[in-house]
Write a protein that binds this ligand. Structure first.
Ligand code: HEC
Ligand code: HEC
Length: 388
């Protein structure tokens, strides 16, 4: 319950503590717990202990490399607690060191997302989880049956699935449901910015506050990285062409790829498989909608914990936050489909660095502590021999 009310508790705590020297924040700035919070964590009246067991089971699966074809890669390999549940690799590296096409986003706060993947091709965490398990470039299980048989070969899972899913047992569906239950507990809050917005004016520096004013003013970041009391995640969950897709690639090749898909009537072609092919991946949202205005458009990502989740953008093409802000300052990268919101911003060097300083206020104290204490997955020697 404490978790469920986390954001509210933090704001009232901060108010109580700092009431003496802060002015009362307006009603609009009292962060309300988004409805999804209540629905997903407490709304489903599954018997509490059963629910907890499901989360524990999901956690075990999330960190278990035996779920990949050669037992080298787990969800946590690419969404690593030591990297704020994202990855330091430019693009994902899967089983057999196969190189993917996109950068792994954080799964923190994914529970609040309205669609998943950079192109939003699935709507639920359950459907999302099935894709990497069965993707040959990620965890590499060839079929549902191969995955189920692998999980069934491990006695602790036979026992635990029987307890958590007594009727269904081990299936692709129940594996995905358990993992999703665990992911719903991965929530990031409690950042200096949260304390600031709840009324503690001293929680961030003057420079950072300047950056926040630029973020919602002159730099207009907030037009896409939306922030409100009921959706405090710095994203509108919509799709935009910022020109990242066109960067370093010819626009012509992108347009040709789109024409090829349209001409061959490949509307039924598997979006997931196209997203994993170098020639097509940068088409982004177009792969889902097949609307030409969506060529090169990608989902606005959250900016919470952004300091910890580089490299940035769907293709990991920017190393630092300053690189990203410079990119916006020049109005993104020109291409026929560039979103109208992308325009040169005329920010000074000082203003750009203020925005970067502001972005650092979005780092949760808890997540920061976790990245400092967790052992990176890459350094953990597998202690999980395949059992038969
Ligand atoms: C080999 C690296 C890799 C592995 C293993 C992997 N992922 Fe991912 N994950 C990615 C990449 C890359 C993306 C973005 C792909 C895209 O947009 O097409 C992603 C996207 C996601 C997203 C969507 C986030 C968002 O905001 O849209 C979630 C949630 C997620 N992964 C969870 C998982 C889970 C659960 C597992 C284990 C079953 C897993 N991932 C295994 C690399 C990986
Ligand atoms: C037109 C909408 C839009 C505006 C305006 C915008 N962004 Fe973005 N932002 C996006 C989208 C979409 C992406 C992902 C683009 C991609 O990967 O192709 C993104 C990515 C980012 C990332 C990388 C996140 C990650 O996890 O990789 C950062 C940081 C960022 N934006 C900060 C800002 C800042 C700071 C501003 C203002 C200077 C800003 N954005 C303005 C839509 C926008």
């Amino acid at each position: 319950m404490v978790k469920v009310c986390g954001l509210t508790l933090i704001s009232s705590f901060v108010l109580a503590t700092f009431a003496i020297h802060v002015s009362r924040p307006s009603e609009a700035f009292a962060i309300r717990v988004p409805t999804a919070y209540r629905r997903t964590l407490s709304g489903k009246r599954v018997a509490a202990d059963r629910r907890l067991t499901r989360i524990k089971l999901g956690e075990a699966l999330y960190f278990d490399r035996r779920l990949s074809v050669d037992a080298t890669v787990s969800c946590a390999t690419c969404h690593d607690p030591a990297a704020a549940f994202a990855s330091k690799d430019t693009v994902a590296i899967g089983a057999g060191n196969q190189i993917g096409t996109r950068n792994a986003p954080t799964v923190l706060n994914a529970v609040f997302s309205q669609s998943y993947f950079w192109d939003g091709r699935v709507d639920t965490l359950e459907e999302q989880a099935k894709q990497p398990l069965l993707n040959l470039k990620e965890m590499g299980m060839k079929t549902d049956a191969a995955l189920v048989s692998r999980v069934s070969s491990i006695s602790e899972y036979r026992i635990n699935f029987h307890r958590v899913f007594p009727r269904e047992g081990i299936t692709l569906d129940t594996i995905a449901r358990a993992i999703a239950a665990y992911e719903r507990t991965l929530i990031s809050r409690n950042s200096p910015f949260d304390r600031f917005i709840a009324g503690d004016k001293k929680a961030i520096t003057e420079i950072q506050e300047n950056g926040w004013n630029l973020f919602k003013g002159k730099a207009r970041c907030i037009e896409c990285h939306a922030f409100s009391a009921s959706s405090p995640f710095f994203t509108d969950y919509k799709f935009y062409n910022t020109g990242v897709a066109g960067k370093g690639k010819s626009i012509e090749s992108l347009t040709r790829a789109a024409e090829q898909l349209t001409a061959t009537g490949a509307n039924g072609a598997d979006t997931t498989s196209l997203a994993h092919q170098d020639e097509f991946t940068d088409l982004g949202r177009f792969l889902v909608t097949r609307q030409s205005r969506d060529i090169g458009a990608f989902k606005t990502p959250t900016l919470r914990d952004i300091e910890l989740t580089g490299p940035y953008m769907h293709n990991g093409s920017f190393k630092t936050l300053l690189d990203v802000v410079r990119f916006y300052n020049q109005g993104g990268e020109k291409n026929p489909n560039l979103d109208q919101k992308m325009r040169p911003l005329n920010l000074t060097d000082e203003e750009m660095s203020n925005i970067v300083e502001f972005l650092r206020t979005l780092t949760s104290d808890d997540v920061l502590r976790m990245t400092q204490t967790a052992t990176p997955q890459s350094r953990i020697v597998s202690r999980m021999p395949l059992k038969r």
